[in-house]
Design a binder for this molecule. Sequence first.
Ligand code: AKG
Length: 324
Amino acid sequence: MEEVVQKLQEDVRELSLGTSTRVERLDGPPSPLRFLRDYVSPNKPCIISNAIQHWPALTNWTHNDDYLSQKLSRSIVSVHLTPDGQADALVPSPTTTSTTTTTSLSSLCFASAHTQLMPFPEALRLISSGSSDPFVAYAQEQNDCFRSEYSSLSSDVETHIPWATEALGCHPEAVNLWIGNHLSTTSFHKDHYENLYAVITGEKHFLLLPPTDVHRLYIHNYPAARYSLSQDTRELTLQLEEPRRHVPWCSVNPYPPAAIKDQEVSKFPLYFNGPRPFECTVKAGEILYLPSMWFHHVKQSPDSRGRTIAINYCMDSTSPVSHT
Ligand SMILES: O=C(O)CCC(=O)C(=O)O
């Protein structure tokens, strides 16, 4: 019975998305009609090249090292700190004793980063230098941070993506800036909004799975935990949240370390033995259209200055356009 359901799910995926796991790349911005008809309506991702060549950010944020620090010299920004660059990820629970070697699902928790407010120039130095501190810094606040914390950069990008706004019939609910380094990783998850994800410098590597593949990611409830930074030792400690709460999260790490790869493959056969996820690299100057409810895992390659910068526009196509 299970096999029949699985075959049915694979047939549905093939019918709506085809057999290729390549994300279509367009040479330039589509018309709103084409974007709506070929990608939004079928809930299908695509990459749009030559989409933001006219944005001053593409030169200002990459060619002159001092530009960002000068523009944001007085801005205080939120930076997420973790021991290894993986925020919102499954890690051994702090209640697991040190003698426990198992990575069974019940020994894991869902760890959120420590969020530290700091002057932007310090944040940029921490992120791009990979400092001697025992943590990895990633500017990845997702609360519309571009329009609040980084507003002095607003004239370097567009306030919205015109063809997407017209197709989706709404303006962005949130615009977020992401500044990471080679260690910054985002684990598999999904969001309820339409996402237009523009890379300014460096490259972002996405693994994408359609909503119908939800069973292949083994979503379980994990106890929520959070890192906190000791101001004295500059070390991060992980503690379970009180009162306890649980977060449903994807159990699959698509890039398991070689030493535990076989173990992971046997724990999550539907992921590792099933169809490959869609895989794509979004380069500087390109936009990824990531439809709502698609699962995504993200890692990055930095530019020569050690950083990857991206900005994303979160759109809720169920909310009407505001003409105010
Ligand atoms: O860039 C990243 O690290 C993650 C992006 C992401 O998850 C999102 O835009 O929803």
